[in-house]
Design a protein around this ligand. Structure first.
Ligand code: TAP
Length: 497
């Protein structure tokens, strides 16, 4: 039977205006870096250079922290919550108004499909600002401190370091709660995806946000390290790999800085024999192939009940044959480009390890573009618990399939990981969902859905997936002091159970 093909439906690039070079955003202005060093950011789908971006040195980070401190002491700290809320609402509205520009820029710099940047990243980022704007004047009623005790106070200057997989959304997760609680911010975006953070800097100017409240310092790992080590930063909020998170925890240990860490994951997506199978297959696809699998909470381990494993794998393979891999700006594209040559190298290496360890590798037939960084959706069956592809975070479009017979075995296998960020359960039985959710050591457990995000819902991990929560009322705790004198306490929020 002949197959209907989709005609290309490319989104126009004309909505974005990328400058040839960008300075650092410090104290409300774009400024040159002290030592004049820059790096290039490229479109991973074409390897075309998009812009030269400044690399912030320790001296630039110091300038940014000083600007944030001044803004905290003179303007943002003393401002009423209601006034702060107005600014944050304004940021949210401008982000919505410029949504198409943000979406196209994100897809160009990151490689993710436009339908995801347009329908998930940008609207969810704006939703985080709207949600937190609403909290700004209600913090004393948030139940963060016991009745009768002083209202929560901001911490001061917050240093934030974010990864490349959801550049704008991770910025929103970080900046919105920090501003709502009265802190000022110095944020370092990932080296490979700085452009939407720089567009957000422009939005801060458009919103007349007081200078120094938000500062954006672009650069590589050393810039992040300079921010983490800066003595006048009151809190570090980090999202990224577990290895870098551990290094940051070591640096911060023994200082008065507060720390929250959102790190890696190796989530189990668990399918029982009574699940609605077509729905479950869609959830498996969303779980691991959304955003090319560059998702900390990706359902990268499929645990399927043995009695239905053959059927699930057959349906899954049939579904994967319909996924379209290619131009991120094409509105039909399901899977875009891998974010960098380095990440492609890591995915390729781990997939080869999977084969060498004896797992069976399968990908649908698909023609990958000649230029850029691409990896076909891949499924490994015959995977055992000890395989590296069942243990290590691949952070790419690669699914490892394991089987189980009983719910107890599913729980034991799901929890057999150093991580504990998320999990999914597919079953018709409500009681089983509740029992499983109670047993699974994961910060988020989805039932009959996967990879759903909402600003009202706290998100965060157990074990090596980090500590602290982002989003919801719980997320506010990471940005306030409950001490009467407003000093910071070296406490962690969230944590293991
Ligand atoms: P990392 O390599 O850890 O980088 C994260 C950020 O830290 C980047 O901005 C990076 O700069 C910076 N950085 C690198 N070395 C640093 C150092 N020594 N001190 C301070 N900052 C440093 O992670 P990644 O590869 O970008 O992101 C993927 C990882 O993030 C995955 O493990 C994923 O699971 C995790 N992640 C977790 C979550 C949550 S919510 N738990 C969400 C998204 C991603 P450069 O970009 O210049 O290297």
């Amino acid at each position: 039977m002949s197959k209907f093909e989709y005609a290309p439906a490319p989104e126009s690039r004309s909505v974005v205006d990328i400058a040839s070079s960008y300075g650092l955003f410090i104290d409300g202005k774009f400024v040159e870096p002290a030592d004049g060093v820059s790096f290039k950011t490229v479109n991973p789908a074409t390897e075309e250079t998009l812009a030269d971006v400044s690399q912030a040195s320790a001296a630039d980070v110091d300038r940014a922290v000083k600007a944030a401190r001044r803004a905290y002491e003179r303007v943002w700290g003393p401002m009423s919550g209601a006034e702060r809320g107005k600014y944050i609402f304004r940021l949210a509205r401008i982000m919505q108004e410029r949504a198409r520009e943000f979406a196209v820029l994100e897809s160009l710099d990151n490689g993710k499909p436009i339908k995801e940047s347009r329908d998930v990243d940008v609207p969810t980022a704006a939703a985080h600002f709207f949600y937190h704007a609403g909290w700004a004047d209600k913090l004393e009623y948030a139940g963060l401190s016991p009745a009768g005790s002083p209202p929560p106070k901001p911490l001061g200057v917050v240093g934030q370091v974010i990864p490349w997989n959801f550049p704008l959304l991770m910025l929103a997760w970080k900046i919105a709660p920090a501003l709502a609680t009265g802190n000022t911010v110095v944020l370092k975006p990932a080296e490979t995806t700085p452009l939407t953070a720089l567009l957000f800097a422009e939005v801060c100017r458009q919103a007349d946000l007081p200078p120094g409240v938000v500062n954006i310092v672009t650069g590589a790992g050393e810039t992040g390290q300079a921010l983490v080590e800066h003595p006048d930063v009151d809190k570090i909020a980090f999202t990224g790999s577990t290895a870098v998170g551990k290094a940051i925890a070591r640096t911060v240990a023994g200082t008065r800085k507060r720390l929250s860490l959102e790190l890696g994951g190796k989530a189990a997506n668990i399918v029982f024999d009574d699940a609605a199978m077509d729905q479950a297959v869609e959830g498996i696809v969303t779980g691991i192939f959304f955003n090319q699998g560059h998702v900390c909470c990706a359902g990268s381990r499929l645990l399927v009940q043995e009695s239905v494993a053959d059927d699930v794998i057959r349906r899954l393979k049939r579904r994967l044959q319909t996924l379209r891999v290619g131009d991120p700006l094409d509105k039909n594209t399901d899977i875009g480009a891998i974010n960098s040559a380095e990440q492609l190298g890591r995915i390729t290496e781990l997939a080869q390890v999977g084969e060498a360890e004896g797992a069976t590798r399968w990908s649908p037939e698909c023609t990958l573009p000649e230029r850029g960084y691409w990896f076909a959706p891949t499924v490994f069956t015959d995977v055992s618990q000890s395989h590296r592809i069942a243990q290590e975070e691949i952070f790419g479009p690669v699914l490892s399939v394991l089987t189980f017979r009983t719910p107890q075995e599913a729980v034991a296998k799901a929890n057999n990981t150093p991580y504990g960020l998320s999990a999914g359960i597919w079953t018709e039985k409500g009681s089983r969902i509740l029992w499983m959710a109670d047993q699974l050591k994961a910060g988020v457990v989805w039932a009959n859905t996967f990879n759903r995000f909402d600003p009202t819902s706290p998100f965060g991990g157990y074990k090596e997936s980090g500590y602290g929560r982002e989003g919801g009322r719980h997320g506010l705790e990471a940005y306030v002091s409950l001490d009467a004198d407003g000093t910071t306490r070296p406490t962690r929020t969230g944590g293991s159970r």
